[in-house]
Design a binder for this molecule. Structure first.
Ligand SMILES: [Zn+2]
Length: 325
């Protein structure tokens, strides 16, 4: 079963909002778009393993997407973790096109795509480190000592995998196409027969992984060295993406496509959370939503039914509760 379902990470959602609201005239606009496209491709690659993983018997496997855990000294991030009574399997997913050469002697991954050649850190090195860290995590939390396996998963079936090693066949279950996930998982489990633990124990361990997941939440503007002045204010039209919409008689009206919506400010406030702050004052909301009236802004903020702290002018609305994570 999918215990922690496939979902975009907080930092990817932040990047999505940044790309949507960064002024197109900004000199790094296309740079941020490229970063977003890459990260989104990574997420799509991970998401595409959902289908092959769905062939595993539902009750026997506990699957977690995007776990970020602390091993006692460092944080580590796992694309996918598959727990069973035999083993814990780390899946590191790569969504890369063209030909991938895993050069084992040099510990490099070389990608050849449309005549361009690029070298990357070998994901096998990465999964080895993750394996150690997951073992430390189990120890740190006094959890059963389950053997940890790791697999590099190439999400696109058209990517060609080449392994530069004397015995390439020895990597058969180490670097795979996503379609081979169920078979690979079952052969890795056979290595650890008989079972190490019970389904009850795995079920009891699952919440510990969830509770210890620590989503990376950074201030994206500071991290990206951007000033709040380069962020577009206003409510975005859900239909045609024009910005800003204008508030007319209790509705948001798009000046571009003439569509009107009652609640279009909610998405804008969610954007505010990802970029700035989970709390907002009346004044900040007025500026960001581009409203002129203090009382109209108060009515909008009150209608959100979110927790409030402080009184009068110092009052803050906890709009962070509008987003899921
Ligand atoms: Zn519109």
């Amino acid at each position: 079963m999918f215990v922690k379902p496939f979902q975009k990470s907080y930092s990817l959602l932040q990047l999505e909002v940044l790309v949507k609201r960064l002024m197109a005239s900004h000199e790094q606009f296309s740079e941020f778009q490229d970063i977003y496209k890459n990260r989104m491709a990574g997420y799509k690659g991970e998401f595409s393993t959902k289908y092959p993983l769905s062939f595993l018997p539902k009750d026997d496997y506990f699957i977690f997407h995007n776990l970020r855990l602390f091993d006692g000294s460092h944080y580590f991030q796992l694309d996918i973790l598959v727990l069973s009574i035999h083993t814990a399997i780390i899946l590191e997913v790569k969504n890369m096109a063209g030909t991938l050469i895993f050069d084992i002697p040099s510990h490099q991954l070389i990608q050849i795509n449309r005549d361009a050649k690029k070298a990357f850190q070998d994901p096998l090195v990465q999964v080895d480190r993750q394996t150690n860290q997951l073992e430390k995590f189990l120890l740190y939390h006094s959890l059963p000592k389950i053997p940890v396996e790791s697999v590099v998963v190439i999400s696109s079936p058209s990517t060609i995998i080449k392994i530069n090693h004397e015995h390439p066949a020895s990597f058969e279950n180490k670097i795979i196409h996503a379609v081979r996930l169920p078979q690979t998982i079952s052969s890795l489990e056979k290595k650890h027969n008989p079972q190490i633990t019970t389904l009850n124990t795995i079920a009891a361990m699952s919440p510990i992984f969830l509770e210890n997941h620590s989503e990376l939440k950074q201030d994206i503007l500071t991290k990206s060295n951007l000033s709040s002045k380069v962020i577009k204010k206003g409510v975005i039209c859900p239909k045609c993406s024009a910005i800003p919409m204008s508030r007319k008689r209790g509705f948001w009206l798009c000046l571009s496509c003439k569509a009107s919506y009652q609640d279009a400010h909610i998405n804008a406030l969610k954007d505010y959370v990802y970029l700035f702050d989970p709390y907002i004052s009346n004044q900040k909301a007025r500026e960001f939503l581009m409203l002129s009236s203090e009382s109209a802004t108060r009515n909008l903020l009150t209608s959100l039914n979110v927790p409030r702290i402080g009184e009068r002018k110092g009052r803050l609305y906890k709009i962070g509760t509008l987003i899921d994570n």
